[in-house]
Design a protein around this ligand. Structure first.
Ligand SMILES: Nc1ncnc2c1ncn2[C@@H]1O[C@H](COP(=O)(O)OP(=O)(O)OP(=O)(O)O)[C@@H](O)[C@H]1O
Length: 358
């Protein structure tokens, strides 16, 4: 069974229009006009059990609306949707026992009572047996080092401490799917790393499926093998992170530090015939830009293998995911790229029996 199965999912909101001026306001009193905002436009994707998938997009791309439909908070306008085999907005009671949700900017803990009291209340909400609750709580408290926080009221916790407690709250009933909406927002790098490590462990040891919405691409780099990218309600990329870098990364740069002073012409000669671009940074240092279709090792072997060049240091600058993603969003060609990718994927697929592709 798939963890998440979404087909042609659409969500439209009816938004009231405010007419201008006094006469507009008066008209609005008697007859309201509406516009329709389509937040999610017929998206389809499937997530198998045990996968960690990043769900990214600019502000307003439709991420939260999708997560709200997946968790049963919103009813889709059209399309099909199954999570853990349930239709979220229909089979609510059974469905929620199998999922955990953490919204980075909202809390599911009670503000004025001790953390442990919130956990006890949640145990009742999810109908977890006392034995299972104790076992699970001990495990989570130990992994996330919450021993000293359990009796403090939530309002006295730092953001990092609260986030760790939110994770426990979402996992007490041992859900098989965890939805995370900006789980590391506002946290310092130490806590971010701890949370990422915890999520990796959770996925490894319990096989928990994780769908992660974030603006922090370091979260994606650290956790996700797959990323779904949304733009204006449509999926513009669905695939591996490495593939994303390969396809849209513009190439890599290698910086060489030489022991003797160098001239640009000298280093250019070493890579003659290759489509690379050298820049001289100072007397001893030069950088070469290598397009993605060229193998880095080919360039390296030419430079390192040259007997007249003595190298003291080499640095390789990898493609930066932040930059790639920003560029995809900014370029109007994102959809064209995605369409080309789809077309390429289809071309690679085996032709179905009968020899015709749909
Ligand atoms: N309840 C609502 N009523 C009307 N429009 C809405 C509603 N919720 C979302 N929208 C609109 O739908 C679109 C998608 O919003 P959504 O919150 O899903 O985006 P997002 O990708 O989660 O953005 P962000 O990163 O800012 O959270 C936006 O244009 C938003 O204004």
């Amino acid at each position: 069974m798939l963890a998440i199965d979404v087909a042609e999912l659409r969500k439209q909101f009816k938004v009231q229009k405010n007419r201008e001026g006094l006469s507009g306001a008066l008209k609005d009193l008697f007859k309201r006009e509406h516009t329709v905002v389509t937040a999610v436009k017929d998206i389809s994707f499937q997530i198998p059990q045990g996968e960690i998938c990043g769900y990214i997009g600019e502000n307003g791309a439709g991420k939260s609306t999708t997560i709200k439909m997946l968790t049963g908070i919103l009813v889709p306008t059209s399309g099909k949707l199954q999570v853990n085999g349930y239709v979220p907005y229909k089979d609510r009671e059974e469905f929620v026992r199998g999922i955990g949700v953490v919204f980075g900017q909202r809390s599911q803990l009670w503000w004025d009572i001790g953390v442990i009291e919130s956990f006890r209340l949640l145990r009742k909400v999810y109908r977890v047996s006392e034995t299972d609750f104790r076992r699970r709580l001990d495990e989570l408290v130990e992994t996330l080092q919450l021993q000293d926080l359990l009796n403090r009221p939530v309002r006295k916790l730092s953001l990092g401490q609260r986030m760790r407690c939110e994770l426990v709250a979402a996992l007490l009933h041992q859900p098989s799917i965890l939805f995370l909406d900006e789980p590391t927002i506002g946290l310092d790098i130490v806590v971010k790393t701890e949370i990422r490590e915890f999520l990796k462990r959770l996925n490894r040891e319990h096989g928990t499926t994780i769908l992660l919405t974030t603006h922090d691409l370091q979260d994606i780099e650290a956790l996700c093998s797959r990323v779904i990218m949304l733009d204006d309600g449509r999926i513009i990329y669905d695939g591996g992170l490495d593939e994303l870098k390969q396809r849209w990364g513009k190439g890599r740069e290698v910086q060489f530090q030489f022991t003797d002073p160098i001239r640009l012409m000298e280093v250019q000669k070493l890579t003659g015939g290759l489509a690379v671009r050298w820049t001289r940074e100072n007397e001893f240092t030069a950088k070469v830009w290598i397009p993605r279709e060229l193998n880095v090792s080919e360039v390296l072997s030419r430079v390192v293998g040259a007997p007249e060049m003595d190298i003291s240091d080499i640095k390789i600058f990898e493609t930066n995911t932040d930059e790639i993603v920003r560029e995809i969003y900014q370029s109007g060609s994102a959809e064209v790229n995605a369409a080309a990718l789809q077309e390429e994927k289809r071309a690679e697929e085996p032709v179905p029996a009968g020899g015709v592709r749909s």
